[in-house]
Design a protein around this ligand. Structure first.
Ligand code: OAD
Length: 238
């Protein structure tokens, strides 16, 4: 692996599973407990903002009870020790990569700890509930003071964040690694094809083969907490 200079890592819910955060599509996952169209679309929010704000308030509050696991820590270790470029693109809205020490992280589906104002478009750091308080008031936007905040999370039908930076990194990548994602949601699910067509080697680390598994040069099955530290050792040891 001595010729590897640019790595792009894509992570999904599976990397946070061992920290105790529910994935979406595994048995008992979030999309079995909640309807996507109710809690993860602009139309659902327009229909019932209280339900949607409550869903993300619950998930934001749950971040207080979880910790990064060995897979998050291994990626942070790689970022520090690797003498090439590493970009972590995550579909996750939790902050476990950052809490493990990683800095070069793009949250393409937004973040639970951020609020987006529907009026002025400002994104503000946010770690409190967004639902209405006992007086029926929703919190104010720190920028324009409108009571029009929504979770800064990308919903179905919306454009993910940072796509230009992600495609620029994919063009440069000589290794693309996908960790803990089912490959069910585009555009992230298409990154493996893009990276491969642009000349990168491609590796999947996932509990089971993902939907796009056949696009990868190599697929390893197992828990992220085991596979990721072992792969990082390989990269750093070479
Ligand atoms: P999914 O729930 O679709 O997939 C999680 C994947 O992680 C599955 O393939 C599991 O087999 C795997 N997995 C579970 N536990 C694991 C472990 N301990 N180690 C390694 N792999 C494990 O989650 P995502 O692919 O992240 O989008 O879902 C993509 C997007 O769909 C999410 O960002 C979210 C969701 O709808 C939005 O909300 C816009």
């Amino acid at each position: 692996m001595t010729d590897i200079r640019n790595i792009v890592v894509l992570t999904g819910a599976g990397i946070s599973a061992e920290s105790g955060i529910d994935t979406f599509r595994d048995a008992g996952g979030l999309w079995e407990q909640h309807r996507v169209e109710d809690v993860a679309t602009p139309e659902g929010f327009a229909r019932d903002p209280g339900l949607v704000l409550g869903f993300y308030d619950m998930r934001r509050a749950a971040l207080g009870d979880v910790r990064p696991n060995d897979a998050h820590r291994a990626l942070a270790r790689l970022e520090k020790a690797f003498d090439g470029k590493l970009l972590i693109v995550t579909q996750n809205v939790d902050d476990l990569h950052e809490r493990a020490g990683a800095r070069n992280v793009l949250h393409m589906h937004g973040e639970l700890n951020s609020a987006l104002c529907n009026i002025c478009g400002t994104r503000s750091p946010w770690n409190a509930p967004m639902s209405a308080d006992v007086h029926g008031q929703r919190p104010e936007c720190p920028a324009c003071e409108a009571r029009s905040l929504r979770p800064d999370v990308v919903w179905f039908g919306e454009m993910p964040y940072q796509m230009e930076r992600i495609y620029a990194a994919l063009r440069e990548a000589d290794l693309f690694v996908s960790i803990g994602t089912s490959g069910a949601v585009y555009p992230a699910a298409g990154f493996v094809r893009d990276a491969r067509e642009l000349g990168a080697r491609t590796l999947e680390l996932n509990l089971e083969r993902s939907e796009g598994s056949h696009w990868f040069h190599e697929s390893r099955q197992g828990r992220a907490g085991e596979l990721v530290p072992a792969w990082v050792d390989e990269v750093l040891g070479s």
